[in-house]
Write a protein that binds this ligand. Structure first.
Ligand code: ADP
Length: 239
């Protein structure tokens, strides 16, 4: 099996608007290998969310090719895409996007309901995911009874409950204070160490600098792309 998670060739996305179109992504090329921690940065309107929505198969490219695990997404019908997305991709958003009238464990069970997992197993797996993010003692809390950091942990538990190959996170620390944001980042880094790929949109330079791969977008194009090799003991240059 290929080590490639995503591969984009001349990937473009335009939106039709009343008086023409917006070219949100313009002939973008990149590849992301499995297991990477990738940061996407860029000013507002540069195409970051558009890129993430294409990677998450929430939108289809206007032009070019996007492959996921070696398969051109354009060759899949909407049912196949929905199944692939539910099985392979976990989403985390700035605003958590939890269901308010639903407890932590029920929020986390949602993707398992879509995947038609029987209720007993659902409960076990949701409990396991919430334990993994440090919320074993908050299973029956409603979102309003949780802090922002805890709500984001529930959202991360929901993202990992299907054991996806990749977590796509859109400014996951954007609504949190610095200390809580750092804890959420550490959680994403831990999940990455345990084998889940992570792609994160961020304005936080600390996250971008710590990433193995960094794509900086400007006006729908990748302006700079850098990859850092992971080493067991990365030390600063002595020179
Ligand atoms: P970023 O995430 O970097 O802020 P976006 O991907 O949200 O950028 O947007 C890129 C460009 O595409 C912007 O000019 C934005 O206004 C436009 N855009 C995004 N979504 C839509 C849409 N659904 N319809 C029309 N234009 C859109």
């Amino acid at each position: 099996m290929s080590d490639r998670l995503f591969e984009a060739q001349q990937l473009s996305k335009s939106y039709g608007i009343a008086d023409g179109q917006v070219d949100a992504l313009k002939n973008v090329n990149f590849s992301i290998d499995k297991g990477k921690f990738v940061a996407i940065t860029g000013p507002s309107g540069s195409g970051k969310s558009t890129l993430l929505s294409l990677m998450g198969m929430l939108a289809r490219p206007t032009d070019g090719v996007l492959s996921f695990q070696g398969e051109n997404i354009a060759h899949l019908d909407s049912e196949q895409i929905a199944r692939l997305r539910n099985a392979e991709i976990g989403f985390v958003f700035q605003s958590f996007q939890l269901l308010d009238r639903t407890t932590a464990i029920e929020n986390v069970e949602l993707p398992l309901i879509y995947a038609k997992i029987p209720s007993k197993e659902r409960c076990l797996r949701a409990c396991e995911a919430l334990t993994r993010v440090g919320l074993a003692d908050r299973l029956d809390h409603y979102p309003a009874q949780l802090s922002g950091g805890e709500q984001q942990r529930v959202a991360i538990a929901r993202a990992i409950v299907n054991k996806p190959s990749v977590i796509l996170a859109d400014e996951p620390t954007g609504a949190l204070d610095t200390a809580t944001g750092r804890e959420i980042l550490e959680l994403l880094q831990d999940l990455n160490q345990q084998g889940t790929s992570v792609v994160v949109i961020t304005h936080n330079p600390e996250i971008a600098e710590g990433a193995e791969q960094h794509m900086a977008l400007v006006d729908g194009r990748i302006q700079t792309a850098s990859t850092v090799k992971k080493t067991a003991s990365a030390k600063p240059d002595q020179a």
